[in-house]
Ligand binder design. Structure first.
Ligand code: EPZ
Length: 428
């Protein structure tokens, strides 16, 4: 086990290069199962969720050959299993994408229920509704989600909630189904568009990704492809928020500025100076942030995955701000940790009222989930004193080389082993 030790109070300065998007990568890797030939995936982020998915692909019979740090070749031709075990599935949400991908490839799938960050109840009823509409018989037996079909046939599906996961899973199952599938009230996130572009590069026929109506005309075969994953909008937003919170000057490179619009709008509202270039964004801040209100929404609204990071910024802003969580039932579990560092935040259901304080102070804290962990890193960079963050495996699920990237911006941050007294006693 490891923890981060952060010496706070230094403005971030310099340049940071953003990695490939986690939430696109975790959809595209299972989607490789639909190909009849090997695929080369570029700009893969080096994060533990990607490593878990690559191991899962291998456990199904795929051959995985790393080409360099960010590129991998995957040959799915000899995949013979349709079972994803609890051990593989429980650590992450995206393991549910094997349901759609295996149904699409073999008309059968058995996958343990997905894990991932704890935001209260995380149902998959809309995924199941989509698979059933396509003709699969779904069941829950022996702690596994199973699906079987004679064949999958195109259909119209109206999603009751805008769900990224259900939209992706239905696309995966429908891409080789016979006939036309129409997903209405579909999610519009950049990673949905990236998955559609990836599948189309293999010969799929998908239109409308990025809008609320996606049309998928089934094809019989998908061929191999070379595909480069889009930059991670949330990793970019995290470094941008950190630059503003520390009063720094950072050039964030390898980004798609259009994907960052809702984040940039809020950073400008708190007083940051943001300049957009073709593939980079410069963020400067030379005074205390101003208050602002934020409501998270599905894309193109402000992303829920940036909610904890912006909360740190507002925790040290002048005045009182309100955050309303519009996607998840329970995404304020990190507030207790921030409070330990001196933040003044009152949570009432899906709303947090944040009264800005002049500064935060160091404390021992935990990463309660992935983005909460990123928020604690930003809090540590802002705070006076030395902050220690435990449970950083959550952070490693989604941030490549986070210590190296923040260090290159002038931060004092180290990864150190946690002394586990009970393990040491057992060994003695
Ligand atoms: C994806 O989760 C992301 N994960 C999450 O990012 C992100 O917070 C979320 O989308 C929203 O943008 C991945 O892409 C791997 P949803 P997902 O289905 O697909 C309800 C991160 O930090 N719902 O869009 O699980 C659900 O309860 C992670 O990178 C149903 O009711 O989210 C929620 O209120 C954390 N029934 C809302 O829809 C369903 O069948 C949106 O969930 C599915 C979802």
């Amino acid at each position: 086990m490891e923890k981060f030790v952060i010496g706070g109070g230094r403005p971030l300065r310099g340049e940071v290069r953003i990695s490939g998007a986690k939430n696109a990568a975790v959809a595209i890797l299972p989607a490789v199962l639909l190909s009849d030939e090997p695929c080369v995936i570029e700009n893969l982020p080096g994060i533990s969720d990607v490593h878990t998915l690559l191991r899962t692909l291998e456990s199904l019979g795929a051959q995985v050959r790393p080409i360099n740090k960010t590129t991998v070749e995957i040959d799915p031709r000899h995949v013979n299993s349709f079972v994803v075990s609890k051990q593989m599935a429980e650590g992450m949400r995206a393991s549910s994408y094997f349901l759609g991908a295996l149904l699409g490839r073999m008309n059968k799938a058995r996958v343990a229920p997905p894990g991932g960050c704890d935001f209260g109840v995380r149902p998959i009823d809309q995924h199941i509704k989509g698979f059933e509409a396509l003709g699969a018989k779904m069941s829950f037996e022996n702690g596994m989600v199973s699906g079987r079909a004679q064949r999958l046939s195109g259909c119209s599906i109206y999603l009751d909630v805008v769900s990224v996961g259900a939209t992706i899973n239905i696309m995966l199952a429908a891409v080789k189904a016979s006939g036309l599938t129409v997903i209405e009230n579909a999610a519009r996130e950049p990673h949905i568009v990236d998955l559609a572009n990836f599948l189309n590069s293999m010969g799929a026929d998908i239109m409308g990704a990025g809008t609320g109506v996606i049309k998928i005309r089934g094809v019989q075969h998908l061929h191999g492809t070379n595909y480069s994953i889009i930059p991670d909008q949330i990793e970019a937003g995290t470094y941008m928020a950190a630059a503003v919170a520390t009063g720094g000057d950072v050039l964030v490179t390898n980004v798609t500025p259009k994907h960052l619009e809702s984040i940039i709008a809020k950073l400008v509202e708190v007083g940051a100076d943001v300049t957009e270039y073709d593939e980079s964004v410069r963020v400067r801040m030379d005074h205390r942030p101003k208050k602002c209100n934020v409501k998270t929404m599905p894309h193109p609204g402000f992303p829920t995955d940036m909610q904890p990071q912006i909360a740190v910024l507002l925790a040290v802003a002048e005045g009182t701000s309100i955050i309303t969580e519009g996607v998840w039932d329970s995404r304020f579990r990190y507030v207790d940790q921030l409070t330990l560092m001196g933040a003044d935040i009152q949570v009432d259901g899906k709303m947090a009222v944040i009264t800005g304080v002049k500064t935060l102070h160091a404390a021992p804290v935990r990463a309660v989930d992935l983005r909460a962990g990123a928020a604690m890193v930003i809090a540590g960079l802002v705070a006076t004193g030395t902050t220690e963050i435990e449970d950083i495996d959550h952070i490693d699920r989604g941030y490549e080389d986070i210590v190296e990237k923040f260090s290159a911006l002038g931060a004092k941050i180290k990864r150190v082993p946690v002394f586990d007294a009970s393990a040491a006693l057992k060994q003695a």
